[in-house]
Design a protein around this ligand. Sequence first.
Ligand code: 13P
Length: 251
Amino acid sequence: MRKPFIAGNWKMNTDSASAVALAASLAEELKGVDTVDMAVCPPFVYLQSVAAALSASNIALGSQNVYFEEKGAFTGETSCGMLKDIGCAYAIMGHSERRHVMGETDELINKKVAAAISGGLLPIFCVGEQLQDREGGTTNKVVSGQIKNGLVGISAEQMQAVTVAYEPVWAIGTGLTATPQQAQEVHAMIRGLLAELYGNEIAQSVRIQYGGSAKPGNTAELMAQPDVDGLLVGGAALKVEDFAAMVKTIA
Ligand code: 13P
């Protein structure tokens, strides 16, 4: 069985004091939860202080991005080794905001997925269609292209390190959530594609998170879908009571 996995993507929010306070409150509130894997992904500058606040907790640390090179003249970038060094277990890659605001390509994201796995980080590999894709009926084509291109050269064994996050762009930060059926349809399509690429056993073991206006009120119905294995949470992850309520609903 796939263990549920919820991660909070704090995006470019919080400050040094509120990031630590949020992490410390979550650690306290979620003590003893062991049936759900949990992670928070604060802004880079607060990773180390959040790591300290989580040190005795069951909540893992993740980054919101990573660069694929190990070191050198890459101004402003952060390597897998650096992230491992300060206690990150996970790294988000391919988030729609990086694809569509910063212009990241499938090819770049693929290099990040490969580098993260080799470097001992667990990728949270994001895919998702834009509104025009959904309205034009090309959701499956777009998402399957992102999956295939993002996973070029990744072996079945390596795939076991990967969590896929399906985040329909039109549902991110908009208050519009995909219906549980819409989420399930795409999750099932992704799992079917993973079975084609890696065989059924691997496909059944990979966790697929849903993201896009996930909140306490829709957690149960999303998680009730057979191929929804967890959530990647933006706005609701910034409120202790909301994120904790979501974890407790899943647990
Ligand atoms: P919201 O939950 O704020 O819609 O954000 C989702 C997301 O992008 C998580 O990575």
